[in-house]
Design a protein around this ligand. Structure first.
Ligand SMILES: O=C1O[C@H]([C@@H](O)CO)C(O)=C1O
Length: 551
């Protein structure tokens, strides 16, 4: 079945948390509509860029784009941005059931609210390994009152002006910013004038006593790592990034930008009242950000809003409980193919923040990524060698002498790429470090891979030592149970190891899913098998060296 959607992308005044600001909208909405399809269906989304002064591109987060790498929607990697006034059509097959998302992938545009959820159901007649009575989507975001332009210019300035902590957390695009002091000291104040009466705590769903609901939860925060909970209820995690997991019961679900989970919630509490759902910032200073809130209402509840105080959330700096939850997820037997026994290539990727020419940059093995004007996919397929840096970035770093608290400074900003042998098995070990003083902390980085899912082989504390920890990755692979995901957390001062098969011809971004961080260079590019791709569609061209060329 083919589903057609037509989207007009426009700037509009919105007040999602009662503070009026510009948002990038889809047919007037931010977040955009939830798209639904069944496994094997084709989605055709016609995007009219009506922004007038700004490009756009839309990424289908978690969809592997097998056979359609030009539809991945990553400006600078898989396509030219869609110019103001122009139209681009994304056409792709959703090949796996699961909970996915979509969002802008041009500059930092996602911060301005161009995002939404994409739900792929199992085909008719196929049973899922759990039962439920109803299903709802929950999209978690963070929100700033400053414009995306000011954020981007600040990050690129000398000295760097950081975006700061978000003013609000949104649930399904709604929140309430406390406009009265002292909360208003973080970006509030006089301009706190609601526009269109949109803000407020949304109702997530209405529950019937005894019934079980599937919540498809996605996070598209731009900076914050979150804890999500529902007052008085536990949640049973059954799906992560489109793969079934062995059920895990949690009170707080830790969810990082770019991740999705399905949880089952049973309406087993007092049916005469309503309950709070809440999102809280973890791993960063939570005090400047109004928590997200929403309502779970029982059908027989006398009042809409709970009279109870909202949950206060877990301790924000309790890294150990977050690592423990990451480790608690295992593949549901029979639903995830086990990983290959060993890799053909190992990339050890050191994550650092330091200065390059006085600009604050994130870098991977000393190389900070910037996006070229000519998309990698076109440059590589057509052999436009001058359009990206031909020197491969380093596969490793000097792990022997590494001090996590004072890692080496970065070297250069480059349009670099790793070229992977088609079909090869690649291990990536992400190594976290501390940011230089005065910050001095080590942050959480959710890493997202385009075009593939990876097996999560393990999380470790401190320094990854190849001779000691390396064999453990093959052992983890042999043990089975490794979950497949497309986004994984790199925890503070730790390492995370993943394995994937480079079997999807195309060029794919692998990056920290925090908008500020990828904007400051925190990503790498993988190429595999561009030579076996058919002719690229002309619609992805028209910028850089592809301007005016007829291929
Ligand atoms: O990228 C970042 O920069 C700041 C800080 O490290 C420097 O001000 C911060 O908290 C980030 O996440």
């Amino acid at each position: 079945k083919t589903h057609h959607h037509t989207w007009n992308i426009t700037y509009q005044y919105k007040s999602p948390d009662c503070f009026r600001k510009l948002a990038v909208t889809i047919n007037g909405e931010s977040p955009g509509p939830t798209i639904r399809a069944a496994q094997g269906d084709t989605l055709v989304v016609t995007v009219h860029n009506m922004l007038d002064t700004e490009n756009t591109a839309i990424h289908w987060h978690g969809i592997r784009q097998i056979g359609s790498p030009w539809a991945d929607g990553t400006a600078g990697v898989t396509q030219c941005p869609i110019l103001p006034g122009e139209t681009f059509t994304y056409r792709f097959v959703v090949d796996r059931p699961g909970t996915y998302m979509y969002h802008a992938h041009y500059g930092m545009q996602r911060v301005a609210g161009l995002d939404g959820m994409l739900v792929v159901s199992v085909p008719d007649g196929v049973a899922e390994p759990f039962a439920y009575d109803g299903e709802h989507t929950v999209l978690l975001m963070d929100w700033w009152h400053q414009s995306v332009y000011e954020q981007a210019v600040g990050l690129a300035s000398v000295p760097m002006v950081f975006v700061g902590e978000p003013q609000s957390l949104l649930i399904n695009g709604r929140g309430v910013f406390n406009c009265s002091p002292p909360a208003a000291s973080n970006g509030g104040g006089a301009a706190c004038n609601a526009f269109g009466g949109e803000c407020g705590w949304p109702t997530l769903f209405t529950a019937s006593p005894g019934k079980t609901y599937r919540l498809r939860i996605g996070s598209l925060t731009s900076l914050a790592s979150l804890s999500f909970e529902i007052e008085g209820h536990t949640m049973t995690v059954v799906e992560a990034d489109g793969y079934y997991v062995t059920p895990v019961v949690v009170k707080n679900l830790f969810i990082y930008s770019g991740e999705t989970y399905s949880v089952l919630v049973t309406a087993d509490q007092d049916p005469s009242r309503s309950y709070w759902a809440a999102s809280h910032v973890v791993s960063r200073d939570p005090t400047k950000t109004a928590p997200g809130r929403a309502v779970v209402r029982y059908a027989s509840a006398a009042v809409d809003h709970p009279r109870t105080p909202p949950p206060t959330g877990p301790r924000w700096n309790d890294t150990a409980s977050r690592v423990a939850q990451s480790r608690s997820f295992a593949a549901l037997p029979g639903h995830v193919e086990p990983p290959p026994a060993r890799p053909d290539r190992v990339l050890l990727l050191l994550n650092t923040q330091s200065k390059i020419d006085n600009h604050t940059k994130w870098a991977i093995n000393g190389v900070s990524l910037s996006f070229p004007a000519t998309p990698y996919l076109v440059a590589m397929k057509h052999g436009l060698r001058g359009e990206f840096d031909q020197r491969p970035p380093p596969d490793s770093y000097d792990h022997g002498s590494l001090n996590l608290s004072s890692p080496p400074a970065s070297l250069a900003v480059r349009h670099a790429a790793y070229r992977l042998a088609l079909g090869s098995v690649v291990d990536v070990v992400l190594q976290n470090t501390a940011i230089p003083p005065p910050n001095g902390r080590s942050e959480t980085h959710p890493w997202h891979l385009h075009g593939h899912d990876f097996w999560v082989l393990g999380y470790g504390e401190g320094k990854f030592v190849p001779e000691v920890d390396g064999p453990g990755l093959n052992a983890a692979s042999a043990r089975g149970g490794a979950v497949m995901k497309n986004t994984v957390a790199l925890h503070p001062m730790g390492w995370t190891a993943v394995r994937f098969r480079a079997s999807n011809p195309g060029v794919w971004l692998f990056h920290c899913h925090l908008e500020a961080h990828v904007y400051m260079g925190m990503g790498v590019v993988f190429e595999e098998g561009v030579d076996v791709l058919p002719r690229l569609p002309a619609s992805i061209m028209g910028c850089g060296r592809t301007k005016g060329h007829h291929y």
